[in-house]
Design a protein around this ligand. Structure first.
Ligand SMILES: [Zn+2]
Length: 65
């Protein structure tokens, strides 16, 4: 299955076989690699990391005064 890299629809590169896969496909049609879901879970994880960084940095900033 050959996919035109200049196609108008968005694509992403498969880490398994480096083929351009349509962004709406969750699985690579060539090697079967499953893309990690980029949903609310991912967004929550980012906020969790930022919150933990803030919790680590705030006492550090307060102790520096
Ligand atoms: Zn692949």
């Amino acid at each position: 299955m050959k996919i035109d890299p200049h196609a108008k629809f968005p694509t992403r590169e498969c880490p398994g076989c480096a083929v351009e896969v349509p962004a709406n496909e969750n699985r690579c049609p060539v090697c079967g690699y499953e893309f990690p879901a980029r949903g609310p879970l991912h967004r929550n994880l980012v906020w969790l990391v930022l919150l933990m960084l803030a919790l680590l940095l705030i006492p550090l900033l307060l102790s520096m005064r």
